[in-house]
Design a protein. Sequence first.
Length: 262
Amino acid sequence: MLKTGKFAALAILSALAVNTAYAEDKSAAMVNGVSIPQARVDVRVKMAAGQGQPDSPELRKAIREDMISLELLTQEAKKAGMDKDPEVIQQTELAVQSVMVGSFVQDYAKKHQPGEDQLKQEYDKLKVTLGKSEYNARHILVETEDEAKAIIKQLGKNGKFDKIAKEKSKDAGSASKGGSLDWAVPTNFVPPFANALLSLKKGAYTKEPVKTQDGWHVIKLDDVRALKIPSYEELKPQIQQRMQQQAIQEYIADLRSKAKIE
């Protein structure tokens, strides 16, 4: 079954006048005298195939019927003056930009794929950054230093870390788990937190509050184990994607540096 929601952007674009490039293209359907170009249907088929739907007569029929409905609704929208509505005009222009930029970015990524040597170098850097160990830690996050000191004092009187975390930590995500942050590498945390964590021995907690941009922390180290890093082949797709994204961000930054922006 055709999932029309995936083509929201093209549905908006259908409100535009027929592109002159398609003027002489054969028609897939005529709706109240308006032609739906076969080339436009082919684009939709290509998009559907990209989403994993096999090209078939049933798919093409479903797309044709969907586009007929879109054209009918577009005609009704124009009768209602929607094509003159300022907000609709802006949304349409944004949709055009999104489709055009999306195609450009995909093309740019294809033409600027990192080489095998670059990917392997990035993998080696990642291994160094991650280190050889991962840590199972807990924390209690509060607003003030005094609150954190009071918690440390309470822990010194045999207070239960997980119980206090559930009662007082403002980090809702970990508080319900007794402050547990699960297994993670130090680089997942901001430097003050990571440095404090690395200074702890197994089973110990910080004797002084640790300040970050989120507030004040009391940190406990539950356990340490050797980090098992996936192989290069396993991580290669993610590394490639990240490097392509970085290249695009650098390209955008370069464009901005050369542009006249007022």
